[in-house]
Each structure stands twice: as structure tokens, then as C-alpha cells.
Design a protein around this ligand. Structure first.
Ligand code: URA
Length: 240
């Protein structure tokens, strides 16, 4: 929001009600700006500087929120869904007022790092194919992942629909009948990681995103838990 804005717009953006409801709240004398009761709902305020109180409670203005969630299995990564619960359903009301949405998708059975924000510009930049932001996934696969596969991932892999993937980086943790590895990709096609392994005749049995650009999953978050990003995390994400 610009530096100066209408009082009713500021309060309504903060989730305190519709413009109409705010008008009523203001008219009833429930809002103070810099120590003065204000009855004009269209008063111009500086939301980051002026002291605004609503029903005696200080309004701390902010436009954007940035939340990191360790997504659990079983939830879909959209804002609403006719059948399934969504990652947004886990958030408390104090965040819902900002109308956040997931920046990018993870499959219903995938766990791990999910950025939830209402910053459309950042989300767009992180997901733009032109930017090629790196995403790293921890994978467990049914199949023996071997050194020679590193080269296959580095070169282009042809998916089931003929799409040739961009070079990806494979780090093998454990090579066995069930193998463990990290795969870093720079794009986000539908079911991409699963389909890349499928193209090599291996089945992904567990998938967890651990990073996205400069953002690393905070391993102290259990699945289903979330926290706001630190200022530093937001800053470095915006500067990739
Ligand atoms: N690749 C997949 O196959 N699934 C995800 O959820 C993310 C990347």
C-alpha cells in the first residue's frame, strides 16, 4: 500500500471488516488516530507511521505475510478444494485475514517446504520458468540409484509426454534396493520429480521438498507446523 491511504481502506485491508462495516465502526467512535477519536472513515493516514487504535487495540499495519510450512501428506496446496483439506486450512485466523495462498504446488502426498504468502509479485518471480529458481527435493525411491544416474539427470530426461527436462542435479545418499537422494531441479512441471524417476524405471515412494531458492526448510518444524519467515529470509528470497 502507498504511504498515504484512506483509514477505512487500511483497516479493511487488515481484515477488520468490509469498507461498509469499517465506516460504521469509525462513526461509532471506536477508532483513534494519534490519540484522537476519528469519525471520518476517509481520513488519510500513514499506515506505517500513524498510531491507529481500534477498540483500544493497536493496529500494527503490514501488507504482506510470508509463512514457511512443513506441509504434511494428505493436504492439497491450493486455497480451497471441493474434496480435500488445504494447507491454508492449517493457518490461524490471524493469518487468514491477509488472504494468503501457496506459492507453487506440492502433490497431496508430498511433504516439506511450502511458502505461503499474499505477495503475488514474489510468488510470480519464484515460479517464473524464466527465473529457473532451484528447488531441492529429498527422495526415497524403489530402485537402485547409481552414480551413472547423475549423468542422466544432468543431461535431459525425456518424460512420458515427450518433454525434455532441464539439467538437474542428483546427490546420492544411499544406493540400495530403496535408495535415498536429493534432486535439484530448476522447473516445476506436473509431478516432475516422480516422472523423472519413472523415466528411469524407478518409483518415488517418499518425496519432501527441502529448499526453494535461498529458502531452506526449518527442520525444527514438524509436519503441519509453520512459522513466519524472518526478515533475512524474506530479504534473500527477494534478491535471488
Ligand atoms: N515433483 C513431484 O513429482 N511432486 C511434487 O510434489 C513436487 C515435485
Amino acid at each position: 500500500m502507498s504511504k498515504v491511504a484512506r483509514l477505512d481502506k487500511v483497516l479493511s485491508n487488515m481484515g477488520y471488516g468490509s469498507r461498509k462495516q469499517i465506516k460504521k465502526i469509525v462513526k461509532e467512535g471506536n477508532v483513534e488516530v494519534n490519540g484522537e477519536v476519528i469519525l471520518k472513515n476517509d481520513l488519510k493516514v500513514k499506515p506505517y507511521e500513524d498510531e491507529i487504535y481500534l477498540n483500544g487495540e493497536k493496529v500494527i499495519y503490514r501488507e504482506f505475510i510470508y509463512i514457511m510450512m512443513n506441509k504434511p501428506k494428505g493436504l492439497v496446496s491450493s486455497t480451497d478444494d471441493p474434496r480435500d483439506s488445504t494447507v491454508i486450512n492449517l493457518l490461524s485466523d490471524e493469518y487468514l485475514i491477509f488472504k494468503p495462498f501457496p506459492a507453487g504446488r506440492l502433490d497431496k502426498d508430498t511433504e516439506g517446504l511450502m511458502l505461503i504468502t499474499n505477495d503475488g509479485k514474489l510468488s510470480h518471480e519464484l515460479l517464473s520458468p524464466k527465473r529457473g529458481v532451484e528447488k531441492t527435493y529429498y527422495v526415497e525411491v524403489d530402485g537402485v540409484v547409481e552414480e551413472e544416474h547423475k549423468e542422466r539427470f544432468k543431461n535431459r530426461i525425456e518424460l512420458d509426454d515427450g518433454y525434455l527436462t532441464l539439467p538437474a542435479k542428483l546427490d546420492i545418499m544411499n544406493s540400495d534396493v530403496i535408495s535415498k537422494a536429493y534432486l535439484t531441479i530448476k522447473e516445476g512441471k506436473y509431478h516432475q520429480v516422480k516422472r523423472m524417476f519413472e523415466a528411469l524405471s524407478m518409483k518415488v515412494i517418499y518425496l519432501k521438498r527441502v529448499s526453494m531458492g535461498t529458502l531452506r526448510l526449518d527442520e525444527s518444524l514438524n509436519t503441519g507446523e509453520y512459522r513466519e519467515l524472518t526478515k533475512e529470509e524474506v530479504f534473500s528470497l527477494k534478491n535471488i
